[in-house]
Design a protein around this ligand. Structure first.
Ligand code: ADP
Length: 212
């Protein structure tokens, strides 16, 4: 891993903490003539990269180590189960018209389709529905199983998977969403939804992990 390059302000913060730690974010800001809010991203980077340790109600300490990969460690520890959201499922025989209404009502970009045993049968994206809508067919007569992407071509993940692995899968498969599943004897049970938004949420949580 390449070492993180610190900017001038971050070097200054490091120096202040080295000489005066433990010291609160407020006190560091005062010494630099800046507000606490301005310093927040710098402090987050310095703690995530392992230069500083942060203890609630005490302050920042110099960790005495160079970039040890704390950010990488944190990133690798994030799991699908902590960031997945509720899956929205529809039956194979729902019409395309109803599926479009459902997508709006539920405010999601992807619907998962289940078979009569409630197991994963397919995926319906916005573009799948849009493609069908610009044809001349009657949307009230076409069931979604005709137009969905179906098993076994569906990319999915499990709740214990590292989030970074699913982020990679989203990019490699060029999709917006993965069903989170549990393997059962008669197919895949859907227990969650992992989307690009989930990854964005995780990205923000990483930045907030070490804030005081
Ligand atoms: P959009 O169509 O809104 O850009 P996606 O990029 O997610 O959304 O979908 C692109 C295509 O990939 C669609 O045909 C969709 O059915 C399919 N698809 C979506 N999610 C998956 C998945 N997890 N596994 C396999 N195919 C998928």
């Amino acid at each position: 891993m390449s070492p993180i390059e610190l900017n001038k302000r971050q070097e200054e913060i490091l120096q202040i903490v080295k000489e005066n730690g433990p010291i609160t974010g407020e006190q560091i800001a005062e010494r630099l003539g800046l507000t606490r809010a301005t310093l927040r991203p710098d402090l987050a980077i310095l703690t995530m990269a392992g230069f500083l340790d942060a203890r609630p109600r005490v302050g920042y300490f110099y960790a005495g180590k160079k970039n040890t990969g704390a950010l990488t460690e944190n990133m690798l520890s994030l799991k699908v189960k902590d960031f997945m959201s509720m899956p929205i499922v529809v039956s194979e025989n729902m019409t395309v018209y109803d599926a479009i209404c459902h997508m709006f009502l539920e405010d999601v970009g992807t619907l998962f389709v289940i078979d009569k045993n409630m197991r994963l049968a397919g995926v319906l994206s916005r573009k799948d529905l849009l493609r069908t809508s610009i044809g001349s067919q009657d949307l009230n007569t076409i069931p979604v199983h005709i137009i969905m992407t179906r098993m076994p071509n569906i990319a999915y993940c499990e709740k214990g998977d590292p989030l970074i692995a699913t982020a990679k899968k989203l990019i490699e498969r060029e999709v917006d969403s993965l069903p989170v599943i549990i393997e059962q004897d008669n197919g895949l049970e859907i227990i969650g939804r992992l989307t690009k938004t989930s990854i964005t949420r995780a990205f923000i949580s990483l930045a907030e992990t070490h804030e005081l």
